[in-house]
Design a protein around this ligand. Structure first.
Ligand code: ZN
Length: 449
């Protein structure tokens, strides 16, 4: 446990909404896990003082769409189209993934995220074949010490329970989560399910006051309306709804999303790499929708928000450059689409708001949880440090992270994960991958070792 009060001394901190580009040399006092005071030359009193002279402090990243347990399949889905990846995961969950494997993935995956400065996530858990699987996933996140929403995935394969039973299972898991201060309950309705069941899953979100995440319009179903249009018409979209992907969402829908106060989360590695299309980042943001970023799945890529911000930004710039080239017959563009501070906003405060945690984390402000990332710019890669906002997005990386705090407690310090987290996570992940590989015994070449 950390001492009751800590003062982080001497760093320059990114304060408030990253979009405001407000960076100041300040001390940060943390009391009871919360930022209690921000100012120059704070009186330490009885607090422990940690000297971060020369460092930069930014809010912890919020990875607003992750399938954390899939860390046990690290990289195995990187070269598959998205649809095929989903089929592989469903087959594995139905036949080869035990609760212990889900625990290993949730714990190890969350530790990998903390190592990379991600302090909060929406975990879309699509491995809830039984309540025991769900319990294992929640325990994994709790033991890792990450903040976030754990989302019951109604898309989980392998369940023998009927629709009513699954709703009850989800309620039981919510009760478990209510006992863990860093975690809250979420619902992931299954867009491919029977419409009545889908509506009941959406209703569960309201009943349990949960954040709802759906894979929205990943693809169009033939000539008919997009899923988002159908859901809007049926009154199934609300402010608690986070729409992942939206690669095939009609332009007019984003205005409706903004009006209803819901959010969009883009995962550039999945949309671009898995063949879904461009991200919805610029369209959603431009329409006034709260917009967030996610890294998707560690079975595809690293939980690295620095890389994700860059990929998302440059692909959106390319998209609009391409449109300009078609319209005007030139490859030039008259203005840049999406700036670095906007990407940092999506990666922090935008994500926190999407998860319903906008008052809790996502920015450095008095009264918010001390979820912080300390960056030590001690590399020629970062010199001269001309514009820190640009450097955070374009030049810095996971290797520059010195410390990570969640609720004022150090999860990483002096460049290393605290306690035995690193070794334990690697052992858990290796063992679970070996068990799954053995369970499928070469039946599925994509995931066998
Ligand atoms: Zn998902």
């Amino acid at each position: 446990m950390s001492p009751v009060e800590v003062v982080l001394r001497g760093a320059r901190a990114l304060l408030g909404d990253p979009r405001d580009r407000k960076i100041e040399a300040v001390d940060i006092r943390i009391a009871g896990g919360v930022i209690s005071e921000i100012g120059a030359g704070l009186d330490a009193g009885h607090a422990e003082v940690v000297d971060y002279s020369g460092c930069w402090i930014i809010p912890g990243f919020v990875d607003a769409h992750q399938h954390v347990w899939q860390a046990v399949l690290r990289g195995r889905l990187a070269d598959l189209p998205h649809e095929e990846s989903e089929a592989v995961v469903r087959d594995l969950v139905a036949h080869a993934v035990a609760p212990a494997d889900v625990y290993a993935g949730a714990y190890g995956g969350a530790i990998a995220m903390l190592d990379a400065g991600i302090t909060c996530t929406f975990d879309h858990c699509d491995a809830v074949a039984t309540v025991e699987h769900g319990r294992a996933a929640v325990h994994g996140l709790h033991d890792a010490g990450i903040r976030g929403v754990w989302g019951y995935g109604f898309d989980s394969a392998g369940s023998e329970a009927g629709p009513e039973q699954r709703l009850d299972d989800a309620r039981r898991l919510k009760s478990l989560i209510d006992g863990y201060p860093l975690l809250s309950f979420g619902v992931v309705p299954y867009a491919d399910d029977d419409p009545e069941r889908f509506a009941a899953q959406i209703a569960l979100g309201a009943e349990t006051d949960a954040a709802i995440l759906t894979h929205t319009d990943a693809r169009r179903r033939g000539e008919g309306p997009a899923d988002s249009e159908t859901w809007l018409k049926a009154g199934l979209v609300s402010a608690r709804h986070v729409h992942a992907f939206c690669s095939a969402t009609p332009a007019s829908v984003f205005g409706e999303f903004a009006r209803l106060g819901c959010s969009v989360v883009s995962t550039p590695d999945i949309e671009l790499g898995g063949g879904l299309g461009y991200t919805a980042l610029h369209q959603a943001d431009d329409a006034g929708v709260n917009t967030a970023l996610g890294t998707g799945s560690q079975a595809v890529s690293s939980p690295d928000m620095f890389a994700t911000m860059r990929l998302g930004m440059q692909s959106e710039r390319m998209r609009y450059q391409q449109a300009a080239a078609v319209t005007r017959g030139t490859s030039g563009i008259s203005r840049i689409t999406l700036r670095t501070e906007e990407m940092l906003h999506f990666a922090t405060l935008g994500g926190a708001r999407a998860l319903g945690l906008g008052d809790v984390c996502g920015s450095i402000e008095v009264g918010k949880a001390a979820d912080l990332v300390v960056i030590r710019p001690a590399s020629p890669r970062l010199a001269p440090l001309v514009d820190p906002m640009v450097s955070i997005v374009m030049h810095m990386g996971v290797a520059d992270i010195d410390a990570v705090l969640v609720g004022g407690e150090f999860r990483k310090k002096n460049g290393a994960l605290t306690g035995d987290a690193a070794v334990r996570a690697m052992n858990e992940l290796d063992a679970a991958h070996a068990r799954i590989a053995s369970a499928v015994s070469g039946r599925m070449k994509e995931v066998s070792v």
